[in-house]
Design a protein around this ligand. Structure first.
Ligand SMILES: C=C1C[C@]23C[C@@]1(O)CC[C@H]2[C@@]12CC[C@H](O)[C@@](C)(C(=O)O1)[C@H]2[C@@H]3C(=O)O
Ligand SMILES: O=C(O)CCC(=O)C(=O)O
Ligand SMILES: [Fe+2]
Length: 334
């Protein structure tokens, strides 16, 4: 994405006032800590968000994929466009989804099934598609393993039985998961003009069960706290950040909350992020887990399958409160 040509589209991309406080009290979970299951549940109840350290994902997988991603994003615009437009998989620039959202971003959206790694994507790597394919697959495999562990710890912490009630949905061969490589180029000109930041990825919640995010050392990610304050998440290239998604909120009958988040483009440095979105099979009914429900407790949500939710989500704009349509008593906040 060339800065000069992209600037001509700036008028449609939102800007944001910069000063937002740092999220200094971010819950940091060490996967080796015997207390981690309780700390995770507390973090998911309070924020729907936490940082994972001691994750056992080899740093080599992370750096290899980051360098492959940069290799792709540094190609000429016409080369990158051969891997687009996203349908939803493939290369996209500025447009996010198909309902009018735009941001200061370019990205590759991929299917996590190694067999289905989009042919369009591979066309860009004519010279050596296997290098890119194996970097993506090694990374996704390692991150999936960590996501299963995180979901099993959350199930333990919530006393859900069996403990794989959540993780089995991601382990399923029909799991509807996806993977995203995001690149937010710096935009120094804009700051000079207005002292504001361009929105890279507008505010939203992730529709799936859980998202596992890793970025380089460039700031930009912000989350929205319960009372509506936005805080900046200090970047940490050696750790992962976990987002609770809408489906997990429903499966816990609102006990864990899906976190509203957004990314602001940095004026000086480019940000590269990689996110695994763990979703259930399309046919899965998304309902509160019985072992979590009190005797008289009723579901806060109407019954729906992941396929129904996904169809509805993909018709929505980023900032829409997607779960609203499925709440028995529509909420006013969010
Ligand atoms: C505007 C949109 C982009 C999105 C599909 C949607 O219509 C609403 C949800 C968006 C989101 C957010 C999390 C993930 O980045 C994503 C891949 C997803 O599953 O839901 C994106 C969708 C997208 O970029 O296509
Ligand atoms: O790029 C990031 O850091 C987060 C992007 C995001 O929220 C998403 O792709 O859903
Ligand atoms: Fe997201």
């Amino acid at each position: 994405m060339v800065v000069q040509s992209a600037l001509t589209h700036c008028s449609s991309i939102k800007t944001c006032n910069k000063p937002v406080t740092d999220f200094t009290s971010i819950p940091v979970i060490n996967l080796g800590d015997p207390e981690s299951k309780f700390l995770m549940v507390k973090a998911c109840e309070e924020y729907g968000f936490f940082k994972v350290v001691n994750h056992r994902v080899p740093m080599e997988f992370i750096t290899r994929l980051e360098s492959e991603a940069l290799g792709f994003f540094n190609l000429s615009q016409s080369e990158k466009d051969k891997a687009g437009p996203p349908d939803p998989f493939g290369y996209g620039s500025k447009r996010i989804g198909s309902n009018g959202d735009v941001g200061w971003i370019e990205y590759l959206l991929l299917n996590t099934n190694p067999q289905v790694l989009s042919l369009k994507t591979l066309t860009v790597f004519r010279e050596n598609p296997e290098i890119f394919r194996s970097a993506v697959n090694d990374y996704i495999q390692a991150v999936k393993t960590m996501a299963y562990e995180v979901l099993e710890l959350i199930a333990d912490g919530l006393k859900i039985e069996p403990r794989d009630a959540l993780s089995k949905l991601l382990r399923d061969e029909n799991s509807d998961s996806c993977f995203r490589l995001n690149h937010y180029p710096p935009c120094p000109e804009l700051e000079a003009l207005s002292g504001r930041n361009l929105v890279g990825f507008g505010e939203h919640t992730d529709p799936q069960i859980i998202s596992v995010l890793r970025s380089n050392n460039t700031s930009g990610l912000q989350i929205c706290l319960k009372e509506g304050t936005w805080v900046s998440v200090p970047p940490d290239e050696t750790s992962f950040f976990i987002n609770v998604g809408d489906a997990l909120q429903v499966m816990t009958n609102g006990r864990l909350r899906s976190v509203k988040h957004r990314v602001l483009a940095n004026t000086q440095k480019s940000r590269v992020s990689m996110i695994y979105f763990g979703g259930p099979p399309l046919s899965e009914k998304i309902v509160p887990l019985t072992s979590l429900m009190g005797k008289q407790e009723e579901s806060l949500y109407k019954e729906f399958t992941w396929s129904e939710y996904k169809t509805s989500a993909y018709k929505s704009r980023l900032a829409d409160h997607r779960l609203g349509l499925f709440e028995k008593t529509p909420s006013t906040n969010q």
